[in-house]
Every structure is written in structure tokens, then in C-alpha cells.
Design a protein around this ligand. Structure first.
Ligand code: SF4
Ligand code: SF4
Length: 121
């Protein structure tokens, strides 16, 4: 999914005008903002931005992973403090299950999307 690098966005509005899903607005600070619920993932905003201010998903992977781990560490540590070390381990296991389920959902979703494309990658 696209995301805006606010420091690089000049608020020129090109992406707002070109987005086919009307998913981008300019904020009062004149920064582009994408409504992910509307975004059709067409990629046009990446192509038209003269400042290369629209980032790609892959650039966010390291920070998303770090945030997920920090979140689990904080929450499970609290369990450990209040309920003991075994509960902290149980809690960590449930976080692991949760992310395994996310993988399963993503894989099945990709399978369905490939079918929509007629099996082409
Ligand atoms: S085209 Fe680029 S610089 Fe212009 S408003 Fe959109 S993100 Fe910002
Ligand atoms: S990817 Fe396409 S639909 Fe999504 S915000 Fe960019 S231009 Fe709009």
C-alpha cells in the first residue's frame, strides 16, 4: 500500500488529481494523505509524484516488524509481571499463533487473487 513521506511532500496536489479512487486529500498542512479504505492500489500516485514522496510497502517492513515485536514484548512482559513466567510464555505463543494465522490469511488471499488474474503471477 502506498504511504506519504511527509518530509518530501510539497503539497502540489498532482496525486490528488490523478488518483482514480479519490483516495488522496491534502491536509491543512498541505501534505497528501491517503485513505487506505478507498485506495485501489493502482500505483498511479507513485508514478506521478514529482518528489518521489509516495513510498512503497516494502520500505515499511523493517519498522513494522520492529513495532510488532516491541508491542508483543511490552504486553507479554506485563503478563509475566502479574501472572508469572509461564503465562508470559503462553502469551508469547498466542502472539506467534496470531502471526501464523495472518500468514495463512495472506496466503489464501493471494491464492484467491491469483484466480481472479486467471492464474497469472
Ligand atoms: S504528488 Fe507528491 S508532492 Fe505532490 S501532493 Fe502528492 S505526494 Fe505530495
Ligand atoms: S495507489 Fe492508486 S488508488 Fe491508491 S492512493 Fe495511489 S493513486 Fe489512489
Amino acid at each position: 500500500m502506498p504511504w506519504i513521506k511527509e518530509n518530501d511532500c510539497t503539497g502540489c496536489g498532482v496525486c490528488v488529481r490523478k488518483c482514480p479512487a479519490e483516495a488522496i486529500v491534502l491536509t491543512s498542512a498541505r501534505k497528501a494523505k491517503i485513505d487506505m479504505l478507498k485506495c485501489a492500489r493502482c500505483g498511479v500516485c507513485h508514478e506521478v509524484c514529482p518528489r518521489h514522496a509516495v513510498g512503497h510497502d516494502s520500505e515499511l517492513v523493517p519498522s513494522l516488524v520492529s513495532a510488532n515485536i516491541a508491542d508483543a514484548e511490552k504486553k507479554t512482559a506485563l503478563c509475566g509481571e502479574r501472572l508469572g513466567a509461564p503465562e508470559r510464555e503462553n502469551s508469547l505463543d498466542r502472539f506467534i499463533k496470531h502471526y501464523r494465522r495472518e500468514i495463512a490469511v495472506a496466503e489464501k488471499t493471494i491464492e484467491g487473487l491469483m484466480k481472479l488474474k486467471g492464474g497469472k503471477a
